[in-house]
Design a protein around this ligand. Structure first.
Ligand SMILES: *[C@@H]1O[C@H](CO)[C@@H](O)[C@H](O)[C@H]1NC(C)=O
Length: 208
């Protein structure tokens, strides 16, 4: 008897579920027809992997134009060497190159939480919102643990919208530069993620 490949089985069940949904979607007019072909493309192998590379302008508390702010802390935070319980909200500029004036591609928005009592381990909850470039209009979400003392930090890509619907992959974050006087850091991101190659293919394909 042939061995059942569990991944193939899960994919088959997923595609069956999606095609069942499409039966309902197909009854709802032209917009539904677009959804229909989108799901067919995912299951039919139109999903591809792309390498994204960009920089994040991290203007921290104390910077004259700060885009990162602490919004909450715990009773333990001031006495814990790793600021356990400190929560920051950020709205950082995403740029093509490392300079602040480099071409703007979007924003990184979300929360970071110091969530490790005994080292700098940050729980990341980030949405990358692209408003320029190849993936303009699409969002990519990252959720994971950031061991900030490592030279290169790996974070999971857990989903997205637009071209990044059903996205999965991983991001490598490194610190490109850090000026502790002005509280200005530049973070470099390299992300490998799946995307739908047929989404918005009328949009001009530009390098990130
Ligand atoms: C802060 O923002 C203002 C207005 O955009 C800008 O002119 C200035 O150069 C910025 N300052 C720094 C240190 O980036």
């Amino acid at each position: 008897m042939a061995k059942l490949n569990p991944i193939a089985l899960i994919l088959t069940i997923f595609c069956l579920l999606v095609s069942t949904l499409n039966v309902y979607a197909a009854r709802e007019g032209p917009a539904a027809a677009v959804e229909d072909s989108f799901h067919r493309d995912i299951c039919g192998g139109k999903e591809k992997v792309v390498k994204l590379h960009f920089y994040v302008q991290d203007l921290r508390i104390g910077h004259v134009n700060a885009t990162v702010f602490e919004v909450a802390k715990a009773s333990i935070t001031p006495n814990n060497p790793f600021a356990f319980g400190s929560v920051h909200v950020l709205d950082d500029l995403v740029t093509e190159g490392p300079e602040f004036t480099s071409r703007a591609l979007g924003r990184t928005q979300g929360l970071t939480t110091n969530a490790d009592l005994s080292t700098f381990g940050i729980a990341m909850n980030l949405n990358f919102y692209f408003y320029a470039g190849r993936f303009s209009g699409s969002q990519l979400s990252i959720l994971g643990r950031n061991q900030v003392t490592d030279a290169a930090r790996e974070l999971p890509v857990v989903g997205g919208t637009g071209a990044f619907r059903y996205a999965r992959g991983y991001a490598i974050q490194t610190t490109y530069s850090m000026d502790p006087v002005s509280n200005y850091a530049v973070l470099e991101y390299t992300i490998y993620t799946t995307y739908n190659s047929k989404f918005n293919n009328e949009i001009e394909i530009a390098e990130m």
